[in-house]
Design a protein. Structure first.
Length: 128
């Protein structure tokens, strides 16, 4: 198996024993992103809207570093500490993704790293 580790300075550095993404063939597995500002590594805390946008911006940066775009994502997992924000996630996602949208799961969780309100990870498939 030929694995390629993906890294970009435009997304937060890994805060644990993982890579920002790993590419195997034309499939890229993007690690979970929380709303960390890549320049400061500080959590965006101003609003849930800002947290969601920061997470999507981080995912976009990693997708682009791997040679793709958000529209190459085929599976997206969304983890929320409050499922009341699900409608806001849908609203904001519509500005980041084009149809056909990726398959998606939205999961309510008790807590996330660094006190984040949201985390997303994804699987992306690149054109051969």
């Amino acid at each position: 198996m030929n694995k390629q580790v993906i890294h970009t300075h435009d997304a937060p550095v890994a805060i644990g024993t993982y890579s920002q993404a790993v590419k195997v063939g034309n499939t890229v597995y993007l690690a979970g992103q929380i709303p960390l500002d890549p320049a400061t590594m500080a959590l965006v805390e101003s609003s849930m809207d800002a947290q969601i946008r920061r997470v999507l911006d981080n995912l976009r940066a990693v997708a682009e570093a791997a040679g793709g775009t958000l529209n190459d994502i085929v599976k997206l997992n969304v983890f929320l500490t409050d499922l009341a924000h699900f409608a806001l996630v849908n609203e904001i996602m519509a500005g980041y993704f084009a149809e056909p949208y990726p398959a998606r799961a939205a999961i309510g969780v008790a807590s996330l790293p660094r006190g984040a309100g949201i985390e997303m990870d994804a699987v992306m498939v690149l054109a051969e």
